[in-house]
Ligand binder design. Sequence first.
Ligand code: DAH
Length: 385
Amino acid sequence: MPVELHELPPELRKSLDEIGNLGVSEEQFHLTRKRILDEAATSETLAALDAVRVAALGKTGVVSIWLKLIGGLPPENRAPASYRFNRLREEVQVAIADRKAALDRAELDAKLARETLDMTLPAEAAPLGSIHPVSQVMDELAEIFADLGFAVATGPEIETQWYNFTALNMPETHPARAMHDTFYLNAHDGEEARVLRTHTSPVQIRAMQAAGGSKPIRIIAPGRTYRSDSDATHTPMFHQVEGLVIDKGITLGHLKWTLETFLKAFFERDDIVLRLRPSYFPFTEPSAEVDVGFSVVNGKRVIGGSDGWMEVLGSGMVHRSVIAAGGYDPDEWQGFAFGCGIDRLAMLKYGMDDLRAFFDGDARWLKHYGFSALDVPTLSGGVGA
Ligand code: DAH
């Protein structure tokens, strides 16, 4: 950057001594320039560097003051002085930017050197906190059904009445609506009131719509559901998992095989016996409730065998009008569906007997029934981890 006198274009070649009335001699100019550039280049911290910037280029900085004085010079002296001081200003700006980049780089290098992570160390189980049995069971379900080719789908917990009821073959006057103890939300601007979904079944409709009426579907939809109900086996918020298969040529046989395979994998026993009881759900035809057999061991019920029966899920062949509401042609496509309480599955598998404790947030309960974050369910390892 040309600031030396001899480097200047001839028409600007006028020394500061010649210009005179700026109060800065040629020698002072050079000493000051050298000092600023040295200080910038040797600043050890960003704060020190900024102090150099303020002292040179700040409002009352030395370079700024010189630049201001130019206005008072006779016209023929303004160009040479302005040229020198503006060059100096640029020079200082570049020096500061260079030093800042170097300091930033050094800081990053130091940080990288400081923050090492030994990836070969064995992971330690977290000393506090645990995976809630409901989350664990949801992971187990996803793992089991992924192996059967099912994807996980979700839907909103605040649902329209159309998705929660109407599309599922429960028109407004249908008595099943009353059976659901529904939480209704306040209606907005002439819209119909929304509800907290009373089951995960509305995800069936959303999954069909998302698939556009022309593709086979295999999904499970785990999630929160709500009903105004509370006792040892009911809480206002609870969890369900929905299953839906839509394809061509689907029969009740596919449903039974799928549920049997699922329950055997979930309870990790081969002696699971299923009983399909004819039942009624508006969204399936025919409908079946599924019981699993239990045996009594030391006075306790254990899944497996057939000393008695426990209801675990509802299921059936998807009703024609539900298939149509999802945008599929029921003459071409069939399907089966099932719905199941996740909390109840967890209670049966892991032996809790009061559902309300699931949601009390009692650290002792969580410590006892919770899972380690490292207990990731895998089919090969046994989904119960
Ligand atoms: N939605 C039902 C309930 O909450 C459960 C259910 C039954 C879901 C049968 C289904 C089904 O998909 O086919 O009680």
